[in-house]
Design a protein around this ligand. Structure first.
Ligand SMILES: *[C@@H]1O[C@H](CO)[C@@H](O)[C@H](O)[C@H]1NC(C)=O
Ligand SMILES: *[C@@H]1O[C@H](CO)[C@@H](O)[C@H](O)[C@H]1NC(C)=O
Ligand SMILES: *[C@@H]1O[C@H](CO)[C@@H](O)[C@H](O)[C@H]1NC(C)=O
Ligand SMILES: *[C@@H]1O[C@H](CO)[C@@H](O)[C@H](O)[C@H]1NC(C)=O
Ligand SMILES: *[C@@H]1O[C@H](CO)[C@@H](O)[C@H](O)[C@H]1NC(C)=O
Ligand SMILES: *[C@@H]1O[C@H](CO)[C@@H](O)[C@H](O)[C@H]1NC(C)=O
Length: 305
């Protein structure tokens, strides 16, 4: 019951909180850049080195180079950031749904002393969409806190984001903190039909205080970040997100299958098989998620375009 309520809260908060617009007059369109958390102010989107370590230190966020030297210190905004607007030529013309389109979801109800240790999926980059009109697609597995305001995610992207890209697939690692500050590794161009293993692994934690997660993508080794989160990330998702889509031809054909979907808790156990993946579909455009194998050890989640 608690888990179900949490899912409901996340579903309400994340897709909509990250994409609901109210621009301030001072904001010009060019200040907004696209991230997997929707359009955000450029100043809040931080491009960090591959393998960077992002740590919360008192009220600041420190970004370290892989060798441990300081790259950047970010002072998170105290209040919510200037709200987000979906803009761009492609988005203005969009006639199909944008934001989180469809996803599978599971929320751990284990105590903070038993966080999720490992969330892995194996999938293959799709054939490029038949039609490119400047749309952006994001496919990913991610971990969020129960309130859905932050996310750690290895992301396969088609099209452009603030971090780059183009009319091809590319892979990157992203961290969004508190709907406020957004961090991205460099993007690694990724061929069509390319095998990827996307992993979020907990490498260290102190219950209730700090949880260190490493994002790695086998098949795209530059898509790499380590994040020490102040929060326990209990909500696992597998999602398709899109911006600027006007036709089903702007999506790949067929489906994308996330295979070997595996979750482990820190005590080494797989979540009990009595639990299951939930599915959310924005039914506007008929794009759906199917849970083909509803399990936490070798599960299969398919996104059907
Ligand atoms: C750490 O890495 C950064 C970026 O590559 C480099 O500029 C810096 O000199 C390195 N520092 C040390 C102590 O190796
Ligand atoms: C689908 O997405 C559109 C935005 O593109 C939104 O207006 C609509 O409320 C969403 N529908 C559901 C069921 O979430
Ligand atoms: C591991 O943690 C889960 C979640 O709290 C619990 O259900 C399970 O019994 C634990 N397993 C062991 C072997 O401790
Ligand atoms: C996570 O699990 C995968 C296999 O599912 C394994 O290859 C990987 O080493 C694990 N990573 C961590 C950090 O435990
Ligand atoms: C693990 O985290 C604790 C604090 O939560 C820290 O003291 C310790 O040095 C960390 N260990 C490693 C190997 O990073
Ligand atoms: C993904 O992991 C599987 C084993 O879990 C392995 O056989 C495969 O080679 C890995 N793929 C890549 C691209 O590393």
């Amino acid at each position: 019951m608690v888990a179900l309520l949490r899912v409901a809260a996340c579903v309400l908060l994340l897709p909509f909180a990250l994409s609901t617009p109210t621009p301030t007059p001072a904001e010009s369109e060019s200040d907004l850049v696209l991230t997997p958390s929707g359009y955000q102010n450029r100043a809040n989107v931080h491009h960090v080195p591959s393998g960077a370590h992002i740590m919360h230190v008192a009220d600041k966020i420190h970004v370290l180079h892989p060798n441990g030297t300081l790259f950047k210190v970010v002072t998170p905004k105290i209040k919510a950031p200037t709200p987000v607007v979906a803009r761009s030529a492609a988005s203005a013309a969009a006639t199909m749904a944008s934001g989180w389109i469809t996803y599978a979801s599971w929320v751990s109800s284990a105590p903070d002393t038993q966080p999720i240790k490992n969330f892995t999926t194996s999938f293959t980059s799709p054939q490029e969409p038949a039609s490119n009109i400047g749309q952006t697609l994001f496919l990913f597995n991610g971990l969020c806190p129960a309130d859905g305001t932050s996310i750690i995610q290895p992301v396969l992207q088609y099209g452009y984001s603030s971090r780059g890209g183009g009319s091809y697939w590319s892979s990157g690692a992203w961290y969004a903190f508190s709907n406020t500050e957004f961090f991205a590794s460099p993007l690694e161009p990724t061929p069509d039909n390319w095998a990827l293993n996307a992993t979020i692994g907990l490498t260290n934690f102190t219950a209730g205080t700090g949880y260190t997660y490493a994002i790695n993508m086998q098949g795209a080794p530059g898509a790499k970040l380590t994040v020490t989160s102040p929060q326990n990330l209990v909500w696992a998702t597998i999602a398709l997100e899109s911006y600027g889509v006007t036709s089903i031809k702007n999506y790949p054909a067929g489906s994308t299958s996330f295979n070997q979907v595996s979750l482990l808790l820190s005590n080494g156990t797989v979540p009990a098989p009595t639990q299951s993946w939930a599915v959310f579909n924005n039914n506007t455009d008929g794009i759906t998620t199917t849970v083909v194998a509803n399990k936490f050890n070798g599960g299969v989640v398919k996104i059907n375009y």
